[in-house]
Design a protein around this ligand. Structure first.
Ligand code: KIV
Length: 538
């Protein structure tokens, strides 16, 4: 049988699984669904929706995405599973509503993992691979197998493990550079050696999952494509465990901008203009903003493709060149990733229909109820701020997408007095989960400190503030400020983000969001003790 070798690169998005493993990036089911819908619009081939066996919340997220996004003309929906029956069963059950389900089974292949983590021999692991891949294959047709820490495994043993998985029915073999250790040249050699030494390799799609510990993730993935790899595992904005993963936008735009270079590796003529992926690149920027907002993980300004400075030119010589002929200093057009230069500005006299039309032009389709809430918020902001730009609209809509946690604490009012000759004092009113309303006050070293102390007196959830940042959404004194907070509690990180023209109010809302996440986490933990997955995912 000859290998199913698509003449394009399959984009396997793992933002909702590996991406969500970024410290503090935990998403609730509604947020995962919002991202999954956007990933489908973006045109990814596979959505790794989560790790169904990890928790009831993960199971529910995979199930809901399978049901609502996994339609016949939609993407493959995938769940990760350890090579154990219970995980594989949970994955199959959660994926049941998907038209195209995939189970992604993994087990370590390196001696260091076998000896210290799994405490199993090579022979034992080979037997597990055969049994568990076959077990998954009985439940779904599409089975992916990953030998974890492949790039630090003994190559001869790795070939045996891969062959075993193929014999047991795997349809995709993914090679994870779990600790981000390889260089591009070494990646090329490994892929070539796998092709030469695994007898049945032609029967499967070859994939790579490259972590970014040395900043080489994208380079490693591109090197692998040159040698026959046809699936890339990646995440939006490159988020993920530790230093993250290959960024989807980098892979896709590298293949797009350097098409003549990559075409021949995919069996095309150099000048073929057909895209090398199915991604609708105009959706990239919006997807990046959505993921950044919902995970509260800000994109660094100099991040390739989606960073705020990616298309900005500071030096006079560069500005001069771009004004004369864009391509003097730009290798791609900002419009290609959905960044529009046409920044229409709305104001307090703009009506609902102009508001709705602009949102539609920006690609947001809101339900009537969400549109009403967003319009109300827009009017509040337009009263304080003369011009409401696309960036402000985006912040307003993203705030509306933050589904309130009904059973949590709601902030009713916050009031602060501060200045250079008074002690900063905050009064807050909060509705507790039981519906009762409480007011309390506190003093602090500054207005935000005072607000957080007053909230803590009422909410009483132990936490430690590990990060607080304010970012202005646009330029100007009247700009909206987006506040991001990261709290540590119960040995985990929780994030919150909110925007307002008043950064003390935004700070209060961001803090409440993070506290509600802790509240929900503690409630869930009490209801459903977690299986032992800690330390198993990388
Ligand atoms: O990094 C890794 O090895 C993984 C695998 C489960 C694919 O995330």
């Amino acid at each position: 049988m000859s290998r199913p070798r698509p003449e394009r690169v399959i984009i396997f998005d793992t933002t909702l699984r590996d991406g969500e493993q970024s410290p503090g990036a935990t998403l609730n089911v509604e947020e995962k669904l919002a991202i999954a819908h956007q990933l489908a619009l973006l045109g990814v081939d596979v959505i790794e929706a989560g790790f169904a066996a990890a928790s009831p919340g993960d199971f529910e997220a995979v199930r809901s995405i399978a049901e609502q996004v996994g339609s016949a003309d939609g993407p493959v929906i995938c769940s990760l599973a350890r090579a154990v029956k219970a995980d594989i069963q949970a994955a199959a059950a959660a994926l049941q509503p998907a038209a195209h389900p995939r189970i992604h089974v993994f087990i370590s292949a390196s001696d260091i993992h076998l000896q210290y983590q799994l405490r199993k021999s090579r022979v034992e692991v080979l037997a597990i691979v055969a049994e568990m891949v076959a077990y998954a294959k009985d439940l779904v047709e599409d089975v992916e197998f990953s030998p974890m820490d492949a790039t630090r495994s003994d190559p001869d043993y790795l070939y045996q493990v891969i062959e075993q998985a193929i014999q047991a029915g795997a349809t995709t073999i993914n090679i994870p550079d779990t600790v981000g250790y390889r260089t591009p040249k070494e990646m090329e050699q490994l892929i070539q050696n796998i092709q030469a030494n695994v007898p049945s390799i032609n029967q499967v799609v070859l994939s790579v999952h490259t972590q970014n510990d040395l900043g080489l993730a994208t380079a490693n993935a591109l090197a692998a494509i040159e040698h026959g790899v046809r699936q890339i595992e990646c995440t939006i904005n490159g988020i993920g465990e530790r230093a993250g993963n290959t960024a989807l936008e980098e892979i896709v735009m590298a293949l797009e901008v350097r098409k003549p270079y990559f075409n021949p590796f995919l069996g095309r003529s150099v000048d073929s203009s057909e895209s090398l992926t199915r991604i609708k690149t105009q959706e990239i920027y919006k997807t990046s903003r959505l993921v950044s907002h919902l995970t509260a993980m800000q994109v660094q300004p100099n991040k390739a493709i989606v960073g705020a400075n990616a298309f900005a030119h500071e030096s006079g010589i560069h500005q001069d060149g771009v004004l004369k002929h864009r391509e003097t200093y730009e290798i791609m057009d900002a419009a290609a990733i959905g960044l529009s230069e046409n920044q229409i500005v709305l104001g307090k006299h703009s009506g609902r229909s102009a508001f709705r039309t602009r949102l539609e032009e920006l690609g947001f389709s809101l339900s009537e109820a969400d549109l009403n809430k967003a319009f109300h918020r827009f009017k509040e902001i337009a009263d304080k701020k003369k011009e409401v730009s696309d960036w402000d609209l985006e912040a307003i809509v993203q705030d509306e997408l933050h589904v309130p946690i009904e059973s949590g604490f709601q902030l009713e009012h916050v009031q602060v007095t501060c200045g250079d000759c008074t002690c900063p004092t905050a009064t807050v009113t909060i509705v507790k989960p039981n519906g009762k309303i409480f007011t309390d006050a506190a003093v602090g070293t500054g207005p935000v400190d005072a607000v957080y102390r007053a909230i803590n007196r009422l909410v009483e959830i132990p936490n430690q503030l590990v990060e607080f940042s304010v970012q202005s959404v646009t330029e100007g004194f009247d700009a909206l400020g987006t506040v991001t907070v990261r709290l540590r509690s119960d040995n985990c990180l929780f994030t919150g983000q909110a925007s307002d023209t008043d950064i003390v109010v935004a700070s209060a809302h961001a803090y409440m969001t993070a506290l509600n996440r802790i509240h929900r986490h503690l409630e869930n933990r009490a209801k459903h003790p977690q299986p032992d997955v800690a330390g198993i995912l990388f």
